[in-house]
Design a protein around this ligand. Structure first.
Ligand SMILES: *Cc1c(COP(=O)(O)O)cnc(C)c1O
Length: 398
């Protein structure tokens, strides 16, 4: 079948929750994707900040293949070696105390919320605890994750939410303070907001939140699902600021394409929250996903992914700054490492479409922002190639 015919089939069969770009992707190589017609694309999306290692990492592929031959799934009623090794590596990389493996980012957020509520419940036996989340945040599409997601458009039709959620403004400590009361059990935020438009938390803001949480025994939950796993040049973005969360969520790059996620607890939350019977999952941390996680973490070390992100991230920053000063329709440039955004005066859909026609895959974050979240193995030459295609597309709309 031809690409167009496949797209027509898809439009008939799949629930229409996405306005998809009109290509069918078939395979990946290095940091390039190929569609069914063999057209090659430079990938600056990485499956939405997922495929950190690119598409040709043999150690990753071989680890999965050999795990498939051994066993794919057992159950959390038993132990398995890949999960034990993955947990050890993840705790070492994060400095957290305990981990629960999930199947996705949203599910990691659900677990984090449950752990925070349980922590508060064990303290005072009450069931009316509140969580403070941020405007412009994105934490996922399940009901709990949606409840702490800042965009009212995502929530409205699905009300009522889980309840007792208050929204404060990112980088506005007074708005956080104004929402705190004796019921507050947790403050949740992305260390760098992704979907909402690439807004990094400021160091002072994070440190002040940490202080408030310590004073009032409120748990700080940092969502590192997009900004974690090396994307900012730090394994987890909070490590740049030295502000350690009580609970942290991870997914996306954590497993590099095999569906998975995790929530991790610091000692205080680990010792005083979820106990046997409180939480579970059929698939979470199964041998196949754990083999992926463990190999991703060892490949990060072997390939010095953090070093590469720092170097190439700085280069990307310089190049996007040049672009921003050259074109008046670019209003702002934000981000850290290989998680950056350009905010335009105009909707970016046409620019992204034109780039795709010219062999470059980019994604938006909101209507007016282009988000740059490439595989973490790209080099400066790939940045140059991307800038060349993007500039040409901007020239057409400016
Ligand atoms: C993608 C994302 C999620 C949700 O992850 P899923 O795996 O899609 O459920 C949550 N938080 C952040 C910051 C994300 O970027």
């Amino acid at each position: 079948m031809e690409m167009k015919a496949y797209i027509e089939e898809a439009e008939k069969d799949l629930l229409h929750t996405y306005n998809r770009y009109q290509i069918v992707l078939e395979r990946g190589e290095d940091v390039y994707l190929y569609d069914l017609e063999g057209k090659k694309y430079l990938d600056f999306c990485a499956g939405i900040a997922v495929f950190a290692l690119g598409y040709s990492n043999d150690n990753y592929k071989n680890a999965l293949k050999s795990q498939i031959d051994k066993i794919i799934h057992t159950s959390n009623y038993y132990y398995n070696v890949p999960a034990i090794e993955a947990a050890k590596a993840l705790l070492k990389a994060s400095g957290m105390s305990r981990v629960f493996f999930t199947n996705s980012g949203a599910e990691a957020i659900e677990g984090a919320i449950k752990a925070a509520r349980k922590y508060a419940f064990l303290k005072d036996g009450k069931t009316d605890h509140e969580i403070i989340a941020m405007e412009h945040s994105f934490h996922g599409r399940t009901m709990g994750a949606l409840s702490v997601t800042g965009n009212p458009k995502y929530r409205e039709a699905f009300e009522p939410m889980i309840g007792n959620i208050r929204f404060a403004n990112m980088n506005d400590i007074d708005s956080v303070r104004a929402n705190i009361n004796e019921k507050t059990c947790a403050i949740i935020l992305e260390t760098v907001q992704g979907e909402g438009g690439i807004y990094p938390a400021e160091e002072g803001f994070l440190k002040e939140i940490r202080k408030i949480c310590d004073e009032k025994d409120i748990l700080l939950i940092l969502d590192e699902i997009q900004c974690g796993m090396g994307r900012t040049g730090y394994m987890f973005a909070w490590q740049k600021y030295g502000v350690k969360p009580d609970i942290m969520t991870s997914a996306k790059g954590l497993t590099c394409g095999i569906p998975g996620g995790a929530f991790l607890l610091g000692e205080k939350a680990a010792e005083n929250s979820l106990k046997a019977g409180d939480h579970g999952t059929t698939y979470g941390g199964n041998p196949l996903v754990a083999a992926a996680t463990k190999t991703v973490l060892s490949e990060y070390e072997r390939l010095d992914i953090l070093g590469n992100v720092k170097t190439v991230g700085d280069y990307l920053y310089k190049k996007l700054d040049e672009l921003a000063s050259k074109y008046d329709i670019i209003k702002a440039h934000r981000g850290i490492g290989l998680m950056q955004g350009l905010e335009f005066d105009v909707p970016v859909a046409d620019i992204i479409k034109d780039c795709m026609d010219n062999g470059l895959i980019l994604i938006n974050a909101g209507t007016n922002i282009i988000r740059f979240v490439p595989p973490l193995v790209i080099g400066e030459g790939h940045v140059d190639d991307m800038i060349k295609i993007l500039s040409a597309s901007i020239e057409k709309v400016k």
